[in-house]
Design a binder for this molecule. Structure first.
Ligand code: ZN
Ligand code: ZN
Ligand code: ZN
Ligand code: ZN
Length: 469
């Protein structure tokens, strides 16, 4: 389809101005723009919150990789960091005692570790609050028209809002949003066909269509970009396999394996772009993985990935529309049945089993996420196999050991007996070491020494709760 055949709204987007890009930003992403800075300033800057932060850090066993790297840059809040981790470590000791492994709370912490992060939870709560407000506005007939343009919402936040829409506006909202995604995908396809793509690394001055499509599918990255994972470059060079990673003193061996898988995947994305048939196996569909591809700076690749992700999102929306239509049919059947009973003038004793309302289909998993999860599982099993042998246990003991989140993963999968006990003991020793570093930091702050002699050991200790991505 060529540009001037586009429907009016999409054509405006394709040839719009920078001001229009600004106006079309997702309102939920906008509220989240400073949320990370706000979280860290409060959680590690306001002393009355330190205890709550300690508890949250314990429950989540640290931070996700994105917020982990933000935490590492909070050197201006040393008092908060020290107080929070000093509070967290004694709380963690029972979690690491093997005899409590099957306690509900311990299981909750260990099983939840891979997906929980106190800073993400803070942002998600703010997003949910804002989304509820917008959904209420959108659902009220009075405000409905002017207040919220659905096509300004990124996919993630549209899905968040959709859960709060009143039933009567749900179907029109999904249809309208599906159309908006469809227009955006048509516009990027048109760009790809016509070759009118902007120059590399100049997306912001280039095509508004591509920019709009990217914002729809990936939202706005909160404060800066997603980390590029290059922090591990040196470590990966030193450790070509898990065996070397085991004894490496500066990083968690599972973080290394995930980092390696991430590099391999990002390297494979442009290769896959040359072979359209396999692109769906590699092209990312979630913001965390779309942004690193955008950062490669190839507009052609960006347009391909964005178009693909839009089509996946459109497929998802259509599935949801089908589910809503089916639910409406079931309600209609129920209403008819109720009307029949009313005509008979009495209630039937045993009600016929009415079909259940269908559940909304689950969101499709992004291939980037999938690959990293597979690599992580594979590395976990590989590590447990190696640790069966004494020489590798000794090597592991000499190395950095596991970050808290990977410890949870390995510990849960370890067979009962010597290996599991060794893992728990090893991790307790690492936490004791962290306590020692914390004490050293406190002494340094007392003496008012600006440069702490072993600053590196402090950062390395923090990594235990931040991962290495
Ligand atoms: Zn958004
Ligand atoms: Zn997080
Ligand atoms: Zn790790
Ligand atoms: Zn992903």
């Amino acid at each position: 389809m060529i540009g001037n055949e586009l429907p009016a709204s999409a054509a405006n987007v394709a040839y719009g101005t920078a001001a229009e890009i600004e106006n079309s930003a997702c309102p939920v992403c906008e509220t989240l723009a400073n949320i990370d800075a706000e979280y860290f300033a409060r959680a590690f800057g306001e002393s009355r919150r330190f205890a709550v932060t300690s508890e949250a850090v314990t429950d989540a066993l640290g931070f996700c990789s994105r917020h982990g790297s933000t935490l590492l840059s909070q050197e201006h809040l040393p008092r908060g960091l020290v107080r929070v981790f000093r509070g967290a470590i004694p709380r963690l000791v029972p979690v690491l005692a093997e005899k409590y492994l099957y306690e509900d709370r311990v299981q909750q912490v260990l099983f939840g570790a891979s997906s929980s992060c106190p800073a993400c939870a803070y942002g998600n709560r703010a997003a949910a609050r804002h989304a509820r407000r917008l959904a209420r506005q959108f659902s009220s007939p009075r405000d409905h028209a002017g207040c919220l343009r659905l096509d300004s919402l990124c996919v993630r936040h549209f899905q968040l809002l959709a859960g709060d829409f009143k039933p009567e506006v749900r179907l029109p909202a999904f249809t309208q949003y599906g159309d908006a995604l469809d227009h955006a995908a048509t516009a990027t396809e048109d760009l790809l066909e016509s070759g009118r793509l902007p120059g590399a690394r100049r997306l912001e001055e280039g095509s508004v269509a591509l920019h709009h499509a990217l914002e729809l599918i990936a939202g706005r990255p909160a404060q800066g970009q997603y980390p590029d994972g290059d922090a591990l470059a040196e470590a990966l060079q030193c450790c070509p396999t898990l065996v070397e990673g085991l004894v490496y003193p500066k990083a968690c061996p599972l973080c290394l394996e995930v980092g390696r898988a991430r590099r391999r995947w990002i390297h494979d994305v442009p290769v896959a772009a040359k072979f359209k048939q396999i692109a769906w196996l590699f092209f990312p569909t979630c913001p965390e993985h779309i942004w690193p591809v955008v950062q490669l700076g190839d507009p052609q690749l960006t347009a391909m990935v964005v178009t693909h992700a839009l089509h996946v999102a459109i497929g998802q929306i259509y599935q949801q529309i089908l589910t809503l239509v089916r639910a409406a049919e079931i309600n209609e059947e129920r209403a008819q049945e109720a009307a029949r009973f009313a005509r008979w003038g009495k209630r039937r004793r045993r009600r016929k089993k009415v079909a259940q309302e269908p559940a909304m289909p689950r969101l499709v998993r992004c291939p980037g996420c999938e690959r990293l999860a597979v690599a992580e599982d594979h590395a976990t099993k590989g590590l447990l196999d190696l640790l069966q042998e004494r020489k590798y246990r000794n090597a592991f003991n000499r190395g950095y050991g596991l970050c808290m989140k990977h410890f949870a993963q390995v510990y849960l999968m370890a067979p009962k007996g010597m290996l599991r006990a060794t893992l728990a003991e090893d991790q307790r020793a690492r936490l004791n070491e962290f306590t020692r570093v914390l004490d050293e930091k406190v002494r340094a702050m007392h003496d008012n020494r600006m440069a702490v002699p072993k600053e590196l050991s402090w950062t390395m200790a923090l990594h235990r709760f931040c991962g290495f991505a």
